[in-house]
Write a protein that binds this ligand. Sequence first.
Ligand SMILES: CC(C)(COP(=O)(O)OP(=O)(O)OC[C@H]1O[C@@H](n2cnc3c(N)ncnc32)[C@H](O)[C@@H]1OP(=O)(O)O)[C@@H](O)C(=O)NCCC(=O)NCCS
Length: 238
Amino acid sequence: MSWSDRLKAQSRSVATTVINAAWDRLRLAGAINAEHPLARRYGSMGRGSYVAFPQGDCYNAHAIHLGEDCFIGAGTTLAVGMPTETYPPDSPPVIEIGDRTTVGKDCWFVARHSIVLEADVTIAPNVYFTDHNHTYADPWLPVGKQVLQGFSVRVGSGTWIGTNVVVLPGANIGRNCAIAAGAVVRGDIPDHSVVVGVPGRVVRRWIDGEGWVPPLTNEVVVVEGWPVGVRPTEESGS
Ligand SMILES: CC(C)(COP(=O)(O)OP(=O)(O)OC[C@H]1O[C@@H](n2cnc3c(N)ncnc32)[C@H](O)[C@@H]1OP(=O)(O)O)[C@@H](O)C(=O)NCCC(=O)NCCS
């Protein structure tokens, strides 16, 4: 390699290091935590909560309430209405995220009515939540101009939602459910359900006195040294 090629390679290597170090610092510095003045843009943000940088779009933040120790991943959109729509300063909460709930990168909350995630919910990246439909009853009027209808969305405490799930208006998901990657969920989902597919259907449920129905097929293997969380109990049928 000629000396000029070596110099170019070295310069490139230095530039890569500098850019990555700067980006890491930028990401840390740009995150919004509860102590930062920008946290005041939200209706409330509890102690220990954190919105990662770069933040996604955020409209009418005063109608968005975050509990304590929440995490919102980078690029996640928290939209109450659209930028041209104003919600009065004293409007009731439209997006509510409970204590210790974590939302992965690049998720979407597009709300006009009510989306509630209770405590300890885990949302994978790229999940879409909406609480409203465009009605289409008038065959001549563009659908986008017709009346919007809102239906509350609720995700019960302790539920886990896999990647690429779509949660439709009116979905009422119980507690400690597992929603499989790619599912499209609407309607009522009982507590402790496993939901898969489009439309989402319950393929497994915990029933008191019977355990998991049908029984679990995937053994829970605890790998020593992994951050595995709390081990399953005897009663959990694992
Ligand atoms: C749902 C999931 C947790 C497995 O749960 P499980 O209770 O062990 O489910 P099983 O493997 O026993 O599968 C039960 C049925 O659901 C089906 N199924 C499982 N995951 C599915 C999915 N994502 N889409 C469609 N069907 C699925 C299985 O094929 C099986 O169907 P069958 O009974 O007709 O054969 C897992 O498949 C999944 O989707 N994980 C999401 C991973 C993810 O998004 N991670 C992000 C990290 S936060």
